[in-house]
Design a protein around this ligand. Structure first.
Ligand code: NAP
Ligand code: HSE
Length: 437
C-alpha cells in the first residue's frame, strides 16, 4: 500500500466543512484500506471568515486562514474543496483552483447552475475536473448514478424532492400543524437550510439542483432564466388541509422530463401528489429522486438530502475520486456539455391537472361565473371542494376549490386573469398542480 497523502484545502468550515473533517478523522484509515492505498486524505489548509468562532471540531489553529486564496496557493494542497456557498467569492476561488490545475470538489449548486458555463469551460481548458456530488440531494450519490451507472440509458424522466429544508418545513406544517416560521427555524437550527434560506424557500435551491440533473442527463447547459420556479413560502395550512381532504399531500417537486420532440420540460413547484404515492412518504430532510431510463426503467434514489455528515459523505466520495485521478492521471471526469441543440418546453405548454382555490364573496351566481370563464377557455372541471364552516354557515366570504382536468398552463393563466376581474373575487387565486406520477 502506498502511504503518500493527498493534500486537501478546505474553503469553509461550517456545517459541511466540519463534517468533512469529522469523517476524515473517523474513517480516513478505512477509506485508505478500501481504496487499496490510493486515497489517503490530509486536510492541509482551512479557510473561514472568522478565526475566533467556536467550532464543533478541534482542528489545529495553524491550519486556519481567512484568506481564501491560501487554500489554492498552499503548495501542499492538491485538491481544493469549496464549501463557502454563494456565487462570487466561490467563483473566484474555483476559477483560481482550476487555473492552478488543482481539481475542485464543491457542494455549491447555485454556483454551478448560475455560472457553470464559465467554470466547466475553464475545467475543460485546464484539463482539471470539478466534482459536485454534494451539490444535489445531499448524501444521495445521484450525480455518479447519472454520469456513470446510467450512462447506457436515455434518461426519460426525473422527478425529485430535492430540497431538504422545504420538505422538512412542509412535513412539520402538515403533520404537527406548525406555523411556517417555527418550521423554518427548526430547519435552520438543524443545519439543513442555506446561510440565507431565501433560495430554499423560494424554490431556487431545488431548481439549481434540477438544472444540474437536467444538464447532466441531457448534455446541454440549462439557462436558469428559462426555468419555471415556485417555492413553498406561500404555502399555507389551509391548502395543506384541503389537499389532505382530497387525498393529497403537498411536496416541492422538481421535474426534468424528456418530451417526444426531444425538448426538455424542467420546472420546480409545490405540487399535490396522491397520499398513496411512494414520494408522499418522503419526509423531513429526506430527498428522493425517481429516474426513468429507457434501459433501467423506473428507479428511486432515497436518502438524507441535507445536513452535516450526509453531505460530507458525498464530498468525501468526490475527494476519493479526485485523489485517485491525480495519482492515476485519469481523464477529466467533470461535466462537459455534448449537445448544442438542447431545447426547453415553454411553461405555457406544460400540462397537468390543477387545484385552484378562489377566495370569494358568497353571492348568487359566483360558481356559475367562474365556471363559465373556465368553460369558455376550454378548461374542464373535475370536481369542487368548499367545506362550510359549521360555526359560521352563513359566512360572507368563503374559500372555493375547483379541480381541473389536465390542461396546458397557458390557457389556465388566461382564464385566471379573467376570473380575477370578477367583483366576487377577493384575492389572487391559489394554484397548485396535481401531479399524476
Ligand atoms: P455554512 O455552515 O454557512 O458554512 C460556510 C463556511 O464558509 C463557514 O465556515 C464560513 O466561515 C466560510 N466562509 C463563507 N464565506 C467565506 C469567505 N468569503 N472567506 C472564507 N470563509 C468563508 O454553510 P454550509 O451549510 O456548510 O454549506 C456550504 C456549501 O455546501 C453551500 O454551497 C451549500 O449550498 C452546500 N450544501 C450544504 C448542505 C447542508 O446541508 N448544509 C448540503 C448540500 C450542499 P465562518 O465559519 O468563519 O463563518
Ligand atoms: N439547503 C439545502 C437543502 C441543503 O435544504 O436541501 C442541501 O443542498
Amino acid at each position: 500500500m502506498s502511504c503518500s497523502q493527498t493534500g486537501i484545502g478546505l474553503a469553509g468550515f461550517g456545517t459541511v466543512g466540519s463534517g468533512v473533517w469529522k469523517i476524515i478523522e473517523r474513517n480516513g484509515g478505512l477509506i485508505n484500506s478500501r481504496s487499496q492505498g490510493d486515497v489517503s486524505l490530509a486536510i492541509r489548509k482551512i479557510a473561514v471568515r472568522d478565526l475566533t468562532k467556536t467550532r464543533d471540531v478541534d482542528a489545529p489553529n495553524d491550519l486556519f486562514t481567512t484568506n481564501l486564496m491560501d487554500v489554492v496557493e498552499d503548495p501542499s494542497v492538491d485538491i481544493v474543496v469549496e464549501l463557502i456557498g454563494g456565487t462570487t467569492a466561490a467563483f473566484d476561488l474555483v476559477a483560481a483552483a482550476l487555473k492552478a490545475q488543482k481539481p475542485v470538489v464543491t457542494g455549491n449548486k447555485a454556483l454551478l447552475a448560475e455560472r457553470g458555463a464559465e467554470l466547466f469551460a475553464l475545467s475543460s481548458e485546464m484539463k482539471t475536473s470539478i466534482y459536485f456530488e454534494a451539490a444535489v440531494a445531499g448524501g444521495i450519490p445521484i450525480i455518479k448514478a447519472i454520469q456513470e451507472s446510467l450512462i447506457g440509458n436515455q434518461i426519460e424522466d426525473i422527478v425529485g424532492i430535492i430540497n431538504g429544508t422545504s420538505n422538512y418545513i412542509l412535513q412539520r406544517m402538515t403533520e404537527e400543524g406548525l406555523g411556517y416560521p417555527e418550521a423554518l427555524k427548526e430547519a435552520k437550527d438543524l443545519g439543513y437550510a442555506e446561510a440565507d434560506e431565501t433560495l430554499d424557500v423560494n424554490g431556487w435551491d431545488a431548481a439549481h439542483k434540477a438544472i444540474l440533473l437536467g444538464s447532466l442527463a441531457h448534455g446541454f447547459l440549462i439557462d436558469p432564466t428559462d426555468v419555471y420556479v415556485r417555492g413553498i413560502e406561500k404555502v399555507i395550512p389551509l391548502d395543506i388541509s384541503f389537499a389532505s381532504d382530497l387525498g393529497y399531500v403537498v411536496k416541492l417537486l422538481s421535474f426534468v422530463r424528456l418530451k417526444e420532440n426531444g425538448a426538455v420540460e424542467i420546472r420546480t413547484q409545490p405540487s399535490f401528489i396522491s397520499k398513496k404515492h411512494i414520494l408522499a412518504s418522503v419526509n423531513g430532510v429526506f430527498n428522493a429522486v425517481a429516474i426513468k431510463g429507457d434501459g433501467l426503467g423506473e428507479s428511486l434514489f432515497y436518502g438524507r438530502g441535507a445536513g452535516q455528515e450526509p453531505t460530507a459523505s458525498s464530498v468525501i466520495s468526490d475527494l476519493a475520486e479526485a485523489a485517485r485521478s491525480i495519482r492515476n492521471a485519469d481523464s477529466n471526469r467533470g461535466f462537459l456539455p455534448h449537445r448544442s441543440d438542447g431545447q426547453l418546453v415553454p411553461i405555457a405548454e406544460t400540462e397537468t391537472s390543477y387545484y385552484i382555490r378562489f377566495s370569494v364573496k358568497d353571492q348568487l351566481g359566483v360558481i356559475a361565473d367562474i365556471s363559465r370563464i373556465l368553460a369558455d377557455t376550454g378548461l374542464g372541471i373535475s370536481g369542487t371542494h368548499s367545506p362550510v364552516d359549521p360555526d359560521n354557515p352563513d359566512a360572507e366570504f368563503v374559500e372555493m376549490v375547483f379541480l381541473l382536468h389536465s390542461c396546458p398552463f397557458g390557457p389556465l393563466k388566461t382564464a385566471l386573469a379573467k376570473v380575477e376581474e370578477l367583483d366576487c373575487i377577493t384575492a389572487r387565486p391559489v394554484v397548485f398542480r396535481i401531479e399524476k406520477l
